[in-house]
Design a protein around this ligand. Structure first.
Ligand code: BTN
Length: 234
C-alpha cells in the first residue's frame, strides 16, 4: 500500500505534494480533513470544509506519454467506486463525476517541474461526502450525504486507492485504451450538444466520440474538432 499522510488541515493537498515532491516517495498520498485554500481547475476555488474527502496522489514517472489519461483513470475509479455504493454517478469529460447533472467530485492535476523538466504529477481529488455547505464550485453540486449514502472519508479513500493502484500500471503503459470502454460506458454525452471552453474560446457542437487517446471529438458547424483539454458544459 502507498504511504498515506493524513493532516487535520492544509492550505491545499496539491500545494503540499508539490512543495514536498522531492522528499516524498512515488505513490505517496497527501490527505487533509479540510483545506484553507483548496484549488479547482481554471483557477477556481474549491470549497473544502470538514466532511469532504481531499487528497493528492504524487506520481513520479519517467513515462510522460499518457499523463492526461491518468487523471481520466482517477475519474473513472471515483465513478466506479461510488457506483458500488449505489450512486448513479456518470463522467463528464475530461474528469468530473456528476450525479443527476450535479458535481460530486472534481480533479485538479498539476505537474511538478525541475529545471523546466517534468518531475512528477500530482493528481488532486475532491469528493463531496457530508460537508454542511458545498459552496459554489461553478456548477450545482451534490454530496454523498444528500444522496443518503453513509461512508467515511477513510473508507472511500481506501476503496478508491485500491482500485486506482490496481489499474495504474496498465494505464501508464497503454494510456486511455486500457480503460476507454469502461470510461465511455459511463459517459452519457455522445450525440448531445455541448459547449467546450478551451483556450478562452467557446465551441458548440455535437459530441461524436471520445477517441482512443481520451480526447473529445466534436462535430461543429465549422467542421470536426478535437480537444485534449477544456471545460465541457452540456
Ligand atoms: C475541479 O473540479 O475544479 C477540481 C477540484 C479539485 C479539488 C481537489 S481537493 C484536493 C486537491 N487539493 C486542491 O487544492 N485541489 C484538489
Amino acid at each position: 500500500m502507498p504511504r498515506i499522510l493524513h493532516f487535520p488541515a492544509l492550505n491545499s493537498t496539491n500545494a503540499y505534494a508539490k512543495e514536498h515532491a522531492r522528499e516524498l516517495e512515488n505513490g505517496t498520498v497527501v490527505c487533509a480533513e479540510e483545506q484553507t485554500a483548496g484549488r479547482g481547475r481554471f483557477n477556481r476555488k474549491w470549497f473544502s470544509a470538514k466532511g469532504g474527502l481531499y487528497f493528492s496522489v504524487l506520481l513520479k514517472t519517467e513515462n510522460t506519454q499518457y499523463l492526461p489519461n491518468l487523471t481520466q483513470l482517477m475519474a473513472l475509479c471515483i465513478c466506479q467506486t461510488v457506483r458500488e455504493l449505489g450512486v448513479p454517478a456518470q463522467l463528464k469529460w475530461p474528469n468530473d463525476v456528476l450525479v443527476n447533472g450535479k458535481k460530486l467530485s472534481g480533479i485538479l492535476s498539476e505537474a511538478v517541474l525541475e529545471n523546466n523538466r517534468f518531475y512528477a504529477l500530482v493528481i488532486g481529488v475532491g469528493i463531496n461526502i457530508r460537508q454542511p455547505d458545498l459552496g459554489h464550485v461553478g456548477q450545482p453540486a451534490v454530496s454523498l450525504g444528500e444522496l443518503h449514502i453513509s461512508v467515511t472519508a477513510r473508507e472511500l479513500l481506501n476503496a478508491l486507492l485500491a482500485r486506482f493502484n490496481a489499474r495504474l500500471p496498465k494505464a501508464l503503459a497503454e494510456g486511455f485504451s486500457s480503460f476507454g470502454q469502461e470510461y465511455k460506458a459511463l459517459f452519457p454525452y455522445i450525440g448531445q450538444t455541448v459547449c467546450i471552453t478551451a483556450a478562452d474560446r467557446q465551441h458548440t457542437g455535437t459530441v461524436r466520440d471520445i477517441s482512443s487517446a481520451g480526447t473529445l471529438l466534436l462535430n461543429t458547424p465549422q467542421g470536426p474538432k478535437e480537444f485534449s483539454i477544456g471545460d465541457m458544459n452540456a
